[in-house]
Design a protein around this ligand. Structure first.
Ligand code: IPE
Ligand code: IPE
Ligand code: MG
Length: 245
């Protein structure tokens, strides 16, 4: 089926969040090292980005490295950091051609300084692009993000710029690193795992989940279109009854 043709342009997810999982298993499955899987995941990133731009999805957030991923073998971490820098260099043309603006969430200051510099440069270079915001979650952990938001809110109360009685759900949203992004409408995870691994916990209260039984290097834009097609055939009730919608 051609899912792209069947999509309802009036009901596109405004924000898609992806957990790019399964690189290591994909590589091991063909007798290669895990890092070979990460390298082959880059084409899938391009598929996801270009797929979003092709149909008009405005926000794409990719989980690229979690705060827990620092506990992986040193060599793998180092290879992932190098891959990040090389990918940013190689994909700058893709960003410019497609009008993609780069953004990040997570503890960027944890990254090696040359990665930070590359990110900063690419963010500046793409700052005026307006078709799609690509957010990379790097050294990202949602619980830490919530702790940091809590600290910031308490600070504002102590400074007298915020009253306790004025703290709302919106206050929390505004103090998360995703303050400028809408909540994800759709979350896609590859690799068959059905968990969210400390990703956007607060933001995904009403997100629709799609778990795919393929590994990330196998991901193509058609998978994205199919996931959106399925999303469009769900009923998002937000607590109401079907009859009320
Ligand atoms: C996702 O693939 C990439 C990162 C987490 C950086 P994995 O490396 O988690 O691959 P699997 O899940 O072990 O197969
Ligand atoms: C989640 O994948 C993080 C990223 C995709 C960057 P993991 O492979 O680290 O998650 P777990 O450990 O299987 O939950
Ligand atoms: Mg994994």
């Amino acid at each position: 089926m051609n899912f792209k043709e069947k999509l309802n342009k009036e009901n596109l997810p405004s924000h898609i969040a992806i957990i790019m999982d399964g690189n290591g298993r994909w590589a091991k499955g063909i007798g290669k090292l895990r890092i070979f899987g990460h390298k082959n995941g880059v084409s899938a990133v391009r598929e996801a980005m270009e797929g979003c731009v092709e149909i008009g999805v405005k926000h794409l957030t990719l989980y690229a490295f979690s705060s827990e991923n620092w506990n992986r073998p040193k060599l793998e971490v180092k290879a992932l950091m190098e891959l990040l820098v090389n990918t940013l260099t190689k994909e700058t043309a893709t960003f410019m051609k497609n009008g993609i603006r780069l953004n990040t969430i997570g503890k960027i200051t944890d990254l090696p300084t040359h990665c930070q510099a590359k990110l900063k440069d690419t963010i500046a270079l793409t700052a005026n692009n307006s078709k799609c915001v690509l957010t990379l979650a790097l050294s990202y952990g949602s619980r830490t993000e919530i702790v940091d938001a809590t600290k910031s809110i308490i600070q504002q109360v102590q400074d007298g710029t915020l009253k306790i009685e004025d703290i709302s759900e919106q206050t929390i949203s505004n103090n998360l690193s995703t303050a400028d992004l809408p909540d994800p409408d759709l979350m896609i995870r590859t690799s068959g795992e059905q968990r969210i691994s400390n990703y956007l916990l607060y933001q995904m209260a009403y997100t629709e989940f799609c778990f795919l039984d393929i590994m990330w290097p196998e991901f193509k834009r058609e998978h994205l279109f199919e996931a959106i097609y399925n999303y469009q055939h769900r009923e998002r009730r937000f607590g109401k009854t079907s009859e009320q919608l």
